[in-house]
Every structure is written in structure tokens, then in C-alpha cells.
Design a protein around this ligand. Sequence first.
Ligand code: SF4
Length: 747
Amino acid sequence: MSELVEIKKCICGHCEKQCGILVHVKGDTIVKTEGNREHPLSKGYQCERQRMAIEWLNHPDQLMYPLKRVGERGEGRWQRVTWDDAMGEIGQKLIKIRERYGAEALLMNEGTTRGNDHWLHHRFRNLFGSPNLIGSGSVCAMNQNAMSFALVGDPVWGYASDLENTNCAILWGSNPPVSWQRWWVEIIKSKQKRAMKLIVIDPRCSKAAERADLWLQLRPATDGALALGMLNVVINEGLYDKEFVKKWTIGFEKLKERVQEYPVEKVAQITRVSPEKIIQAARMFATARPACICYGVATDQIGRNGTVLEHTRVCLRAITGNIDVPGGEPILRPGEKMQNGGVFVTESELALFDKLPPEQRKKQLGYDVKNINRLLSIRSHEITSGPIEKAYGVAAPSSFRFNSPTSMAWPAIIEGKPYPIKALLCYASNMLAWVGPTQKVYEAFKSPNLELFVVTDFFMQPTAMLADYFLPGASWMERFTCINYLDFGSLVIGGDRAIPPRGERKDLYEFFRELGHATGQGEYWPWRTLEEVSEYRLKPMGITFRELIDKMVIFPPSMVPEFKWKKYEEVGFATRSGKVELYSSVLEDLGCDPLPYYEEAGEGPVSTPEVAKEYPLILCAGGNHMPFYHSEWMQSGLGSRKKHPDPVMTIHPETAQNLGINEGDWAYIETRRGRIKQKAVFDPTILSDVILVQAGWWYPEKPSKEPSLGGVWESNANVLVLDDLDACDRLSGGFQIRGLLCKVYKA
Ligand code: SF4
């Protein structure tokens, strides 16, 4: 008798957006995936990447069992080991390192999420006693989130903009037709249904800009000046919400004084956007109310000025009365009681932050370093937590709140400064492809001072090629989901496992549980599986994990039947003053400027004109190339690689012709840090002195050992980036990826 096809309600984990997917399973084989139309959040959407999910899962290069290095790092010689042996050895090494150098000698690294259950690694790290974590968040959203917490007490960084009801949306540092198509559909619907105005800020006419009512083509990395220019217009023309400003903000007069330093003429000179367009954008945004500034991360990658920009954007949202109103930026509060009076056990509770001793917190790389990483330090987290806990009566979200600057990690490994880092645990992350400059990262991984280097992932990738242990992870199709979006709100999302893990793959829960047991944390990991811990988290709500999977999402009372707006009218904002702090007491306490300001990037035509003589073009690395997800989906044979066989550099045709480069030619792109090559594609809409380089590129088909390391040196944009401390973002430690100086020549 042939086996029946079963349909499982799963949550896609191929990116952080958590779409509901129906997975058709026959025995242990997945035969089909489709968007789940009944899913209350994604409503049937599935992107191009998702449509290749089966092909991805069946790719022959998927890692199926644990590997231990034999020979030198990078030699490409591995021995198959059991999980028990691997975990036993790793655990013993970690204990010895802690005894000898202190718990802070362990550095953890997280990359793109694999299910948004960040509490696992926090729990392990806090119990181990190390304050050190680095992640992509410092150049991808975590800084915006931290600024929001400092000024508003909740995330209002456009991640959940109410697009259905907005009259004006700004896309700033994002191109959703490529990067977030589910969102783009909503934007287009809103344009059609309610003539929503769309403002796009981008150095080239992106697909989103093609549909914009207003496109501001700025010089890369000058976004902070542009935002201040817009704020200047809104304030000086009296276009703000006077009642909200009076009742619900502090520091308006000081902000008003500060923005006088940014008249539109001066801002136009800095940004190359005309004064008329700056004024038009400011008026459009402020008068079209309700309006929103959508989520985008390109601006997190401009180095020095990245997070200060978010300060200005929060001010723009707040003074125009667009926070927690329909069509604006909703506040999603953590720890809200569900209908039965119970509360989902949050990530923060499970993370056990209180187990990290105060003296260890102070040792965090970047805890108290002048002018760097202030807002992503544990100190900042401690300052902002009190008001949140007071307002909501729950532990403040901690999962997405602190991070050390990557630029401090490499000297700690290589030179033991400010103290030695001896062990690196890396999960869901290919650091050689996303952190830069790659040469520094490589040197750290190869350093004999790094005594233990562990990676868990799906495929062999350049970072894993240098590891001591490489352990196979279970994908979203092979594990359960039970999350609440990092404690940002109180809704709970559940998803089934389509098939059991293939080969000897394990989900991240099992990974950290086993590591916990191997390092003496056994009593803190009582649940054997992710299913068991999910039951524990749901118990206060009076439902089972199966019931959650069936319902897909459980919303708190403030979200049903109608979303409850202006919740701040009940308990105020979760800041020390109970108001939106335009003049930030948190930033002041951290020794930073409490008001937004603009400064030129660490490297650029204005700040380093002497460099510009040899490197005359402005380089932006990044941009999305669906279905790639950062450095993932590069494996040859996948539809993603067939669609994009080569890395591409976007350049203005006249600039290219002047350099003797034809469309389709390979060209070298060189900065002071190194050079790579990519294929030229022409775009007549890009500024003539700007090029856009594809990020995260490597070649899985090339040898997975030195010197090639999967071709990671050939076309990887992170070879080019800048991480000198002075060029990094003052508030997040994020390194500079955009607005750099380069030269281009035919390869
Ligand atoms: S990869 Fe696509 S389908 Fe999956 S969560 Fe992301 S956007 Fe949704």
C-alpha cells in the first residue's frame, strides 16, 4: 500500500521573516512545499528561495555527520566522529580554557537566525560566565533596535510598519521588491488602494525607486545629514504634532536648537540631494500622516554615522505623531497576558541573564570603550532594562540587545588584547564572508592562540573549513518552531517539524543542551527536546504545543480583534521619563551626544581626500540578490546559482567605458585593504562615481581547503571593508561596508 501524503504546518527558517509553509510529506520524504494561505501573518506568501527548499535540502553537499579536524587548520582533512565524542572533547576543552584564562576567554558568534530562538546561546553563555558575543546584528538592525529601546523603550524601527493604513512610507536602506517581497506586495496594494505616497532614498534607482513618488539619490553614507535636513524642515515649518510633542516627548527645544546646524542648503551640499527635494520629502512625510519609515539595514553599514541616523529617524517618527497610531509604527509590548491570564515564557527569562555575574558583565569587549559600541554594550542594556521592567512587569528583552564590536575580537584572539580570547563557538554564521576585512578574520582563525574553534552549520563553508570541529545543524524542515519574535511582542508563533533530522543533524536546542551538559550546566537544561521546552513555555497559557501548531499564531488581547493603538496612554513609554526621549538620557549616561548629529564616514571623498586621489570611486557593498541569503545558497546546481552564476558589480556605463570595461567583463575592485573581481553590469541610474558590489560571495565548487577556502578571496566584498575602530559606528561598533573608496580596472 502506498504511503499517504501528510501536510505539516511549518515555519520557514530560510530567512528571519518566519513565513507559514505547508510541507507535504510522504514517509520521511518532502514532496512539495507551498505557502500556507491560512497563516495569519504570511497569508500564503512564499518567496523564490522557499520554492527551491526541497532542492536545497536534497543538495549532495549537505553535511550529515560531525567532523573533527585532523592535520592543520584549513588543510581540509577531517575525521568523522560521534556527537558524544565531539561534545565530550569540546566540553573538556572549554572547561580547561575557563580555568586557565577565565570564562571571558570564550567568544560566541551568531549569524543569520535559524528560527529566532536566540535564548539558547544566551543561556549557555550566561551560565558559562562569558559576556562575549559578536554577531551580524551590529551591521544589521540590532543597532536600530537598541536606539529604539533607548529613546522609546520599545522597538519602533519600522519592522512592523502598518502599511495597510499608511498614507506615506519611506524606504530607507531597503529594496523590498528584492529583499522582502511579502512586504512589497503590501506596499503596492497600499499605493493602489489609498494612493499611499512612497519616498525612496537610494544612490541608484532601485526597483522600489522606480515606483516611488519621490526618489532621493544621495551620496552613499550621508543619510544622517539628509535625515537632519528633513527634521530641520519639519520643525522650522511647524509641521510636527504639537500636542504629542508637548505631552509625550522630552528635549524638543534642544533638538530644535541642534537641527538649526543642518539647514537644507548645507545638507544638499553634503548629500548631493537638491534643497527642493529635501523640503519636498520632509513635507510629504510630515503632512501625509499617518506615515512610516520602513525597516532597512543598508544604513546600518555606513560605519560611524549608522546608529545616530536612527536617532534622527526615531525623532522624525515621534514628533510627527506616528508612533503607535494606525498607519504608523506600532509598539508591540513584551510579556502581555493572554486571554486566560497566562504569559508565554519569554526568551529573556530563559536566557538567564541574571546568572552572568556583574564582574563578568564589565569584562564584555566594548563594555566601556570610549567612543565605540556604547549602545550595544551590556551597560546600555542594564540602563534601559529598569524602565521596561517597571512598565511591563517582565524581564526586558535581552536576546537582541548586546553585542561586542567584531573589530575588538580579532586583536583579542591574535594578540591577547585587552585579554585573551581562546575559544570561538560559531553557529549559523560564515564569518569569512560577512565580517571584514577578511584578512584580519582569517588571521584570527589561523592563530595558534585560538585553542578551540567550533562551527555548526548545514554546508561546509569557508569559515567551517578552518574549524576544529564542524557539526551538522538541522534545517527548519527538520525541527520545530516555537517563538515570540525575540520578545518584541507577545504574539507566539508555532510550527511543526516536517521530517526528522536527516543523517546525524541536530537542531540548535540539542546543540546547546549537549554543550551545557558537557560543561556542567546539566541542571539548567532539563528539557530533552525543543518540543518539551515549547510545552513548558506554553503551559502558563493553558495550551499545548500541538494546539499552537494548529492555530499557527496566538495573538495577545491587545492585537485582537482590533489592534490596540496608543498603548502608551495607559502606562507611558518604557523610558526613565515615561516619554519619548528626543534628548536621550541613556545616551548621556553612556557618555555620548544625547542629540543626533552628522559626521562624515571614516573613509570617503570628504573625510579622506588624500585616499580619494588613488581610489576615486565610492564603493557600496551589499544589496540583495534573491534567492541568495547573504553568503548562503551559493552551492552550484541550486536554482539560485543558476540564476546568478557570477558575482556582479553595478557601475554607470559611462564610468565603465572610461575605464575600458564592457558590460559582462570581469573587473578588479580594489581598496586599501585588498582587491576582488566581479562581473560588470551597467546601470545608467547609479551615480557616476559610485559602484555597488555584491556581498557574501564564495565558490562552494572550489577546493574546500587552503589556499582557496572555497574561493573566499576571489570575489568576496568583505576583503574590501574597513574596521579601524575610529571608522566603526560609535554606537554599535559596526564596521564600514558602504561609502568606502575604491578603484576599478579591467581584470
Ligand atoms: S525565505 Fe522566503 S518564504 Fe522563507 S521566511 Fe524568508 S521570505 Fe518567507
